[in-house]
Design a protein around this ligand. Structure first.
Ligand SMILES: Nc1ncnc2c1ncn2[C@@H]1O[C@H](COP(=O)(O)OP(=O)(O)O)[C@@H](O)[C@H]1O
Ligand SMILES: O=C(O)C1=C[C@@H](OP(=O)(O)O)[C@@H](O)[C@H](O)C1
Ligand SMILES: [Mg+2]
Length: 160
């Protein structure tokens, strides 16, 4: 969460000359309310069901760069579907995470104690990100443009 998937995804799509989609944006457009409102109104399990449907729809109907929400990989079927795609895991350390996510309320799972919550989520999820990743790209100390370039380099290296 906050590592730059949405920001870098758009830059990457521009660089590649392909389309860009973001499953959080798809959910917000379809539902007509924010991610935070969905969490408050219906709770996390309901959000995860919407997210699963949005990811599955995007993976079958979109040819380009897709940014997922950070929790999409919690679902077993979603991870299985990702196995036939090139998946980039963007990483950062906790201090960078606090800087990038600390000053807004858009991410309900980080609303109370961002540092502790981000660290706990990563402890629970890191192995799942590693499981689905074709490439891992560290983002600390890199601008979004530099991260997009590092993603291109990592994927070309994988293709060679
Ligand atoms: N490489 C970077 N360096 C510094 N700030 C970044 C970087 N990538 C993204 N950001 C900033 O971090 C915040 C979270 O980015 P976002 O793309 O929404 O992340 P995600 O989609 O992974 O949650 C935004 O304010 C964005 O401008
Ligand atoms: O990691 C998570 O559980 C979440 C990440 C968010 O997306 P970003 O990873 O784009 O911030 C968003 O889907 C929601 O707040 C839950
Ligand atoms: Mg995002």
């Amino acid at each position: 969460m906050g590592v730059g998937k949405s920001t870098v995804g758009q830059l990457l799509a521009e660089r590649l000359g392909v389309g860009y989609r973001d499953t959080d944006q798809d959910i917000v457009s379809e539902q007509g309310r924010s991610i935070a409102d969905i969490f408050v109104d219906e709770g996390e399990p309901a959000f995860r069901a919407l997210e699963k449907a949005a990811v599955h729809k995007a993976l079958s109907g979109h040819d380009g760069v897709l940014a997922l929400g950070g929790g999409a990989i919690l679902d077993d079927e979603t991870r299985a579907l990702l196995a036939s795609h090139r998946v980039v895991y963007l990483s950062m350390d906790v201090e960078e995470a606090v800087k990038r996510t600390g000053l807004n309320t858009a991410r309900p799972l980080l609303a109370v104690n961002p540092r502790r919550q981000w660290r706990e989520l990563m402890e629970a999820r890191r192995h799942l990100y590693e499981e689905v990743a074709t490439a891992v790209v560290a983002t600390d100390g890199r601008s979004p443009e530099e991260v997009a370039q590092a993603v291109l380099d990592a994927l070309e290296w994988k293709e060679a």
